[in-house]
Write a protein that binds this ligand. Structure first.
Ligand code: SF4
Ligand code: SF4
Length: 434
């Protein structure tokens, strides 16, 4: 039986163009641009200077703050600049530009752990996660070491490994589950070991039968159960996953850990395993390059800091000038204004679309149809929140629990009046009274 949650939508998934495309490694570019902030929390400060020679895996930015994690060089070569550069979030962020010498010199810090993984202590596993700069790779970019530490302190009961990948177009996690299931399972086992649990659940939507099969075989006798989920957007949202798998609801204003659950992305698990078993920090990730304007969509293994244009060029370029470029999925991703912006640790996809595919209304009008309410997975009333947000009545928005909006975009997707509902939710969330 496949599990699910209330609400949600069934958009065109458009995963077929990369569904069966094996992950290909993108050749390194002449330079990489590595932002000092690629995570939720305090940005790093540079630990290198212009002119320094750096090696792959070397820490080039770090911070003492608890909610932060280091960034590493993804190529070897000379530090060319340390300056603000456009970031996928839409603002300029202090970044380190490295001129690649194409020698792929590895830093001495890349040392595999030779012992038995079962002998590692929770604090050692948390230390590996921090030193490797691992963040939540499904999109949130929350530092893994901080999440593990909180989960350990809170003595969580349920570990969920998120392989839902419900956003249209994206197949990066799907291919990872098909091509390197062992790394994912071993990473999940490290998390179980760290949190003192003997069981975990890997949740996968049922539109990925090959991933379900490969994970099921690999996870045999590991204490990890594979849970097929109904294909429905946003099934991969943490709160929706928890509801589907455990029946528990995260109350308004609370977090999954408040009800004993912790959710980790599949690729985050694989990165943790590589950090321990190979000593490798997070300097590469899988990124789906797709969309109607991309000639030859692919799943690429990309070095962090690679500019978008290199990914698009490797995929044959554009069939026509793209009307819109998005980092992430079409529902929750963010529009990008330049192809010079670099891939960062949570760039799961890069999409480019031709013009004429979006429908607008010059005068968006609410038709009071209630569709937005019926699809909202957080059981909010987007139409009423919109109405109050338009009048800047943010206290009213708060009373309607706008702070629980996960910005999934389901309401906007179904709205026949073409109201900018998600934008209104975001705006209201940014103006909430204390
Ligand atoms: S879906 Fe759009 S038109 Fe219908 S009630 Fe909601 S806001 Fe109004
Ligand atoms: S109100 Fe928020 S959570 Fe609800 S459907 Fe809209 S974007 Fe999603």
């Amino acid at each position: 039986m496949a599990f699910t949650f209330k609400g949600g939508i069934h958009p065109d998934y458009n995963k077929d163009r990369t569904y069966a495309s094996p992950i290909e490694e993108l050749p390194a570019t002449e330079e990489v641009i590595i932002p000092l902030s690629q995570h939720i929390g305090v940005p790093c400060s540079p630990t290198v200077s212009v002119g320094d020679y750096v090696r792959i895996g070397q820490i080039i930015g770090d911070s003492d703050a608890g909610l932060s994690c280091p960034v590493h060089a993804s190529v070897s070569g000379k530090v060319k600049a340390i300056a603000p550069h456009w970031h996928p979030s839409g603002v300029k962020v202090q970044s380190i530009v490295i001129e690649n010498d194409f020698k792929d010199e590895r830093n001495d810090s890349i040392v595999p752990y030779e012992g038995d993984l079962d002998d590692l202590t929770p604090s050692e596993i948390i230390g590996y996660a921090r030193d490797a700069g691992i963040v939540g790779m499904g999109g949130a970019a929350f530092p893994l070491h901080a999440k593990l530490k909180t989960a350990f302190d809170k003595k969580i009961e349920v570990i969920i490994i998120n392989g839902a990948e419900c956003e249209p177009f994206i197949t990066a996690d799907h291919r990872a589950m098909v091509e390197y299931p062992r790394s994912i399972v071993n990473g999940a086992k490290l998390i179980m070991k760290c949190l003192g649990k003997k069981e975990a659940v890997i949740a996968i939507e049922d539109n990925k039968p090959d991933a379900i099969a490969s994970m099921t075989i690999t996870a045999e006798d590991s204490g990890i159960r594979i849970c097929p989920l109904k294909t429905k957007y946003p099934q991969g949202g943490e709160k929706q996953l928890i509801k589907a798998i455990t029946g528990r609801e995260v109350p308004p204003g609370k977090l999954p850990m408040d009800i004993g659950c912790a959710v980790f992305n599949v690729d985050t698990c694989a990165s943790l395993f590589r950090a321990v078993s190979k000593g490798r920090p997070l300097t590469k990730r899988v990124c789906t390059v797709s969309g109607s304007a991309v000639i030859n969509p692919k799943n690429l293994l990309v070095r962090v800091g690679t500019p978008y244009y290199a990914l698009f060029e490797h995929c044959g370029g554009f069939s026509s000038e793209p009307y819109k470029i998005i980092s992430g999925g079409p529902m929750m991703g963010s529009a990008q204004h330049s192809v010079e912006i670099p891939v960062i640790k949570n760039t799961s996809a890069l999409l480019a679309f031709c013009g004429g595919e979006e429908s607008f209304d010059e005068k968006p009008t609410c038709l009071h149809c209630g569709k937005c309410i019926s699809v909202c997975p957080m059981r909010l009333m987007p139409n009423y929140i919109y109405m109050h947000a338009e009048k800047e009545e943010f206290a009213e928005c708060k009373k309607l629990n706008v702070q629980d909006c996960i910005e999934c975009g389901c309401c906007s997707y179904v709205c026949p009046g073409r109201l900018y509902l998600v934008q209104a939710m975001r705006m209201a969330k940014g103006h909430l009274p204390k």
